[in-house]
Design a protein around this ligand. Structure first.
Ligand code: GLA
Length: 389
């Protein structure tokens, strides 16, 4: 039986109450995971390597058939509704609804017999924090539909379906890391994923005396999504100039050959990606050898790359990472996820953990006026069905 924290229980009670007040029937329950990523940022859409895990911050979905051709959604955390007929699935102004409708559309296009349903959902996964609440939204619904309407997809196929939906319906050219992690996570393991072949291996998530803690900057800069698309294009341009399908195929020496055919910006993006792919491999070796200091060093290096070469950090995040660098007992820190805000991921010695969080929070408050939040996450089994109706 899955474990429910007090926070999970509060969410379930809230979603259940919302479902019962608005809909009828006895719903099936699905729990969808957020994710962290240890290292390998902006490598997924370059066919490279990533090292994420599904974590115990969730969205819960209660869903029941309603005997009509309409899908009705209740987003409990923001108290919004969205209703749509199965033959009228088109993107609209509500981003959260687009993530959901896109998934249904994929099922319908694949000829799966989806019928009308009612769905209430809510969670304790912080939104816009770089922990991929959007993938949890997609994967939670995808798993719900797969079980309710016997979709027959494997978890890997659903991750690909969700990515396709982001591309074609939502209009975000994302990689596959978030959806794959949300669906394929395993307790106490990290997932080393090759985003080209989708081959993967589980690596024990053991950081010895060091703990992973996330600090939420609570900022999410507007340009995040347009900048993401620009980075995707810049990487494609670099690959085209080098005559390869993706940057995954280049090592640093090969990239150097094409340096003077690229603009300085495009070269910087490519050099970050090429180095980051190598860092993922180095990080896995460090984990296998129990060399946690090395893992931390690589994380700091990734942050420098994201800050100066890939340019997806922001002043608030840099403030947190710089503070981490100067704090005895913090051996690694970097921005996590797409960038321009969200969380930093920190590797902190257990003896200084409380002190670090208190001091980093005070420092952040003093310089930005924002109260950060700290999260400890455990890696868990991916998105799953909790109860069949
Ligand atoms: C977002 C995207 C992912 C990945 C990360 C950056 O989370 O959804 O596919 O590209 O940014 O590593």
């Amino acid at each position: 039986m899955p474990q429910f924290s007090p926070s999970d229980q509060a969410v379930i009670a809230k979603v259940q109450a919302a479902f019962e007040s608005r809909f009828a029937g006895n719903p099936q329950w699905v729990r969808a995971c957020g994710r962290i990523n240890i290292i390998g940022e902006h490598t997924d859409y370059n066919d490279g390597f990533v090292l994420p895990a599904a974590v115990d911050k969730y969205l819960f979905f209660a869903m029941a058939e309603n005997g009509t051709d309409e899908c009705r959604f209740l987003a409990c955390d923001i108290n919004e509704e969205h209703n749509v007929r199965l033959n009228e699935l088109t993107p609209g102004p509500k981003l959260w609804a687009n993530y959901l409708m896109g998934i249904i559309k994929q099922f319908v296009q694949d000829g799966k017999g989806v019928r009308g349903f009612d769905c209430a959902f809510g969670g304790n996964l912080p939104i816009g924090s770089g922990m991929s609440s959007s993938a949890a939204l997609e994967c939670g619904l995808a798993w719900s539909l797969n079980t309710m309407f016997d979709g027959g997809y494997s978890r890997e196929q659903l991750a690909q379906l969700a990515q396709r939906s982001s591309h074609t319906f939502v209009g975000i050219p994302c990689g596959i890391m978030d959806q794959f992690a949300s669906l394929m996570g395993k307790e106490n393991q990290l997932i080393l994923l090759d985003c080209r072949s989708l081959d993967y291996a589980y690596i024990p998530f053991d950081t010895g005396n060091y703990r992973v803690v996330l600090l939420n900057s609570k900022v999410h800069h507007e340009l995040a999504s347009s900048a993401y698309s620009t980075r995707v294009k810049e990487c494609r341009e670099a690959a085209a100039i080098a005559g390869v399908k993706s940057l995954r195929e280049l090592n640093p020496e090969q990239l150097e050959v094409f340096r003077h055919h690229m603009s300085p910006t495009v070269y910087n993006r490519a050099s970050y990606v090429v180095a980051e792919n190598n860092r993922v491999m180095a990080a896995c070796a460090a984990l296998r050898n129990g060399d946690i200091m090395e893992l931390g060093r690589l994380m700091f290096e990734t942050h420098d790359g994201l800050r100066y070469l890939y340019e997806v950090s922001c002043p608030e995040i840099d403030l947190l990472v710089d503070f981490a660098k100067n704090f005895e007992g913090v051996i690694g820190a970097r921005v996590m996820g797409g960038g321009f805000g969200g969380c930093t991921i920190n590797l902190v010695h257990k003896d200084v953990l409380d002190n670090y969080i208190a001091q980093a929070s005070a420092h952040y408050l003093q310089h930005t006026g924002i109260r950060t939040e700290a999260y400890f996450t455990a890696s868990v089994n991916g998105t799953e069905l909790l109860a069949k109706k």
